[in-house]
Ligand binder design. Sequence first.
Ligand code: FES
Ligand code: FES
Length: 150
Amino acid sequence: MINLTVNGQAHSWDGDPSLPLLWYLRDEAGLTGTKFGCGRALCGACTVHIEGQAARSCITAMSDVANQKITTIEGLDANGDHPVQKAWREANVPQCGYCQSGQIMQASALLQQNPHPSHDEIRETMSGNICRCGCYQRIESAIRLAATGT
Ligand code: FES
Ligand code: FES
């Protein structure tokens, strides 16, 4: 039995320990805000927080998250009012939206660790999160907005 915490709630899994966390979140826990893009840690669509760190849930086995705290986009803020989410709305970031939960989870982890990232730090941290719609400039603008607290 694998015990873990997802968005503050206790979960347990007695199935295949090699099951990717992404499948558990979407198919078992019903948390479909986290998206599947590539399944190979190449796009960032599946990004969640594990113990506060951004992680690719598509390549994270359930056995790797035993007794860990997971946060998904649904748990970032109960009302969708995390500073990064507010900034995302203010900057009108999304186009199709598919990559966006992964982008927000990556950005919120960045700001948690580095509240005032430089241009280069934002670029470097976000470089693994692919947006097929090319919203990169608005993503960076929103991160800057969130960092200034406005
Ligand atoms: S689905 Fe995990 S990085 Fe692409
Ligand atoms: S908003 Fe469409 S993939 Fe990023």
